[in-house]
Design a protein around this ligand. Structure first.
Ligand code: FDA
Length: 409
């Protein structure tokens, strides 16, 4: 049976980065993935330009049952560290908005950089390889075991039967990601391994995902499919300001994706369509300036003609401004600034960028990513119950959790 120091299952963002960090320490690393390419999600990310990190990484941009868990790793491997790596490879990048850093050219620049680093660190990569079973022993003497393990005689040993071979290792890292986009190779394998070792897995659901809307809403808004509006979207005391996009299934766009991670079935979402305006005052002013103008034509100053006409048709009376009472104008302003929607659901894992929930971080060391109850077993990246906001936060979590784990495996 072949022996390596570290087996990492999942050659996505976190697995690749962990392999590099462990390989640089001279550890013999085998990286396994059932897909035919490493880093497939990196390739499709950021609309093909990989939003690889964000200038403004803060712990409160991550959702988790334990909001403190992500802090240590994010502080030890920062966005500036990853930017330095990107610059070392002369990958051209730019800030698109809100600190989000994208490649100028293609996501492939990031995937290639990671593969090059793996090559330099002698990481062995087995693609199209699945893991059939995992066995675990402790107190076994391994040839290259880390000295600290040999000293306390608790050297763990994992024996993995893969579709290619049987391999033995001291450290096993689970980096198989989560359930989003099954067509890209996403599986619940990481949760299965967690359960095998008695770890708790918190309920999962799709995050950063478009909303589907009820039939009536769709028939009301179908003509506006493709319309994008700058708005503030709020739910459960969280608000995001960015574009929303009306689609033929419901609502999407960055502000909707962001709020979807805070939304639960049955919750109402509030949309402010004119976040910069004191709208009642503005409407009263227009009433004085253009008393004979129809409401729809005045709202064309704020929205596209099609949207303004639709909103008036659905919600208000299209009459000259002079015919509205101040209370009616107040009501119009409230409706536009506090539009309540009740999503039918989300598009689910099929299109979600991330999965909320996952391996409970209470059972994991935030410094090393090691399972507290199973020495030698590690979980990194999205398989854990740590989910970032839209904007490069999820990759930064993958790099940071992969890095700190790679430092100790
Ligand atoms: P990841 O999913 O990357 O990797 C897991 C790996 O494990 C895969 O290679 C998979 O094939 C493998 N695997 C799974 N099950 C296995 C099994 N049973 N056996 C062997 N291998 C197995 N984030 C961001 O910060 N900026 C962005 O621009 C984007 N854009 C984006 C676009 C789209 C369309 C999606 C779906 C997601 C994003 N994301 C993103 C999110 C980001 O891609 C995601 O958070 C990270 O890829 C998570 O990294 P992991 O390594 O944890 O999982």
């Amino acid at each position: 049976m072949r022996q390596v120091d570290v087996v990492i299952i999942g050659a996505g963002a976190a697995g690749l980065f962990c392999a590099i960090s462990a390989g640089q320490r001279g550890r013999k690393v085998l990286l396994i993935d059932h897909a035919n390419k490493a880093g497939k999600k990196i390739l499709m990310s950021g609309g093909g330009r990989c939003n690889f990190t964000n200038y403004f990484i803060e712990p409160d941009c991550f959702l988790s049952n334990n909001s403190h868990f992500c802090k240590s790793a994010l502080a030890r491997y920062t966005q500036w560290d990853f930017i330095a790596l990107v610059e070392k490879y002369q990958v051209l990048y730019h800030e698109k908005k809100l600190g989000q850093l994208f490649c100028d050219n293609k996501s492939k620049d990031i995937q290639e950089l990671l593969l090059k680093e793996c090559e330099i660190s002698n990481v062995e990569i087995h693609l199209k390889t699945s893991v059939e079973n995992i066995k675990y022993n402790v107190n076994t003497k391994l040839e290259n075991a880390k000295p600290e393990r040999n000293n306390n005689k608790n050297t763990p040993q994992f024996i993995l039967k893969t579709s290619k071979e049987t391999v033995q290792c001291e450290s096993l890292v689970i980096a198989t990601g989560a359930l989003s986009i099954p067509t890209m190779g996403a599986t619940g394998f990481g949760y299965q391994v967690a359960r095998q070792f008695g770890l708790n897995v918190l309920p999962t659901r799709a995050g950063l995902v478009p909303f589907t809307m009820p039939e009536k809403w769709l028939s009301d808004f179908s003509e506006l499919s493709g319309t994008s509006i700058d708005a503030v979207v709020s739910c459960n005391e969280k608000s995001f300001r960015e574009n929303i996009l009306i689609t033929h299934r419901g609502l999407s766009g960055p502000a909707i994706l962001q709020i979807s991670s805070y939304w639960n079935l049955g919750d109402e979402v509030t949309i402010n369509l004119t976040p910069d305006l004191e709208l009642v005052g503005w409407l009263l002013q227009k009433q004085r300036q253009k008393p004979n103008a129809l409401l729809a034509s005045v709202l064309c100053e704020l929205f596209t003609k099609k949207l303004a006409q639709k909103l008036v048709e659905l919600w208000f009376e299209n009459k000259p401004l002079k015919q509205f009472t101040p209370t009616e104008l107040q009501h119009i302003a409230e409706h536009l600034q506090s539009w309540k929607i009740k999503p039918h659901g989300t598009e689910g894992y099929r299109t979600a960028e991330v999965t909320l929930g996952g391996v409970d971080t209470d059972a994991i060391s935030s410094k090393t990513m090691e399972a507290k109850s199973t020495p030698g077993l590690y979980f990194i990246g999205e398989v854990l119950d740590v989910t970032g906001h839209l904007g490069g936060f999820n990759f930064q979590w993958a790099w940071a959790s992969g890095f700190v784990c790679g430092e100790v495996v």
